[in-house]
Design a binder for this molecule. Structure first.
Ligand code: F6R
Length: 248
């Protein structure tokens, strides 16, 4: 399935791939990362946290180990990080250590997270490494990408955000108590994300149906930050049948 949108007189093709299982999606997306790493050992990877990429990271770990791919020249940039966390165990850095970096032996000198102390320096650092070659994204049930909540300007760079209550509720499952979910985070901006050379977005489950429908409706709206992806020339959207439920 390909959705075609006209944007400023240019037709944009968002490639949409619908699969039955998360495992099938993980296999396809991890394969994309592997072929990039085979072609470009100095690749710059844009990474996401949350439930969505976990299966892809597992598949990627298995494939990289099976092929014995060298990773010492890879650089990674994560989309976002919480602000004001009291316990390091909830940080996205810890999540990435557990789910990708440590199993692959990627060292702390190779990885980057945005911080409220540096902000625009994060965009500059990404640019200094030549830009992100492949960015993986999930999508929030409210249409956010990274932590760019509805209403975020399309030209935003890395910035601090106040999280919507719906986002805090969605993420409470990762915390011992809902009160521990931070109220703020620091995130790559929408303009930062759009600089990536290639983007893959994965959405699974019925709670993503409405966000996916809006993203693919062809209307670029601040109400659905993911709709900015219509302006990018190389995006592939991977959906399971549940997330694609409102497209038919
Ligand atoms: C996380 C991120 C978020 C998540 C989104 C979906 O780094 O950028 O935008 O991708 O909130 O989260 P999950 O995958 O947990 O449903």
């Amino acid at each position: 399935m390909t959705t075609i949108h006209e944007n400023k007189g240019i037709f944009i093709y968002m490639q949409v791939i619908i699969k039955r299982t998360t495992a099938e999606i993980a296999d396809l997306v991890s394969e994309k990362f592997v072929s990039l790493l085979e072609k470009k050992p100095k690749a710059v990877l844009g990474l996401a946290t949350g439930s969505t990429p976990i299966a892809t990271y597992e598949a990627l770990i298995n494939k990289i180990k099976a092929k014995n791919l060298p990773l010492e020249d890879v650089k990674t940039f994560n989309l976002d990080e919480y602000v004001g966390l009291e316990k390091e165990k909830y940080s996205y850095r810890t999540f990435m250590e557990e789910n990708l970096f440590s199993p692959l032996g990627i060292s702390s000198s190779q990885v980057h997270f945005p911080s409220e102390k540096t902000l625009s320096a994060y965009d500059e650092q990404i640019a200094a490494y030549g830009g992100i070659d492949l960015q993986i994204l999930g999508i929030g049930s409210n249409g956010h990408i990274a932590f760019n909540e509805p209403g975020t300007p399309f030209e935003s760079k890395t910035h601090v955000v106040k999280l919507e209550e719906s986002t805090r509720d969605d993420n409470a499952r990762f915390f011992d108590t809902p009160e521990e979910v931070p109220t703020h985070a620091v995130t790559m901006g929408l303009a930062t994300i759009l600089q990536a050379k290639e983007i893959v977005l994965i959405a699974t489950g019925t709670n993503k149906q409405e966000a996916v429908r809006q993203m693919l409706s062809g209307v670029n709206s601040l109400n659905c930050p993911a709709s900015i992806l219509n302006q990018h020339p190389h995006v592939t959207v991977y959906l399971d049948e549940e997330a694609a439920g409102k497209l038919y």
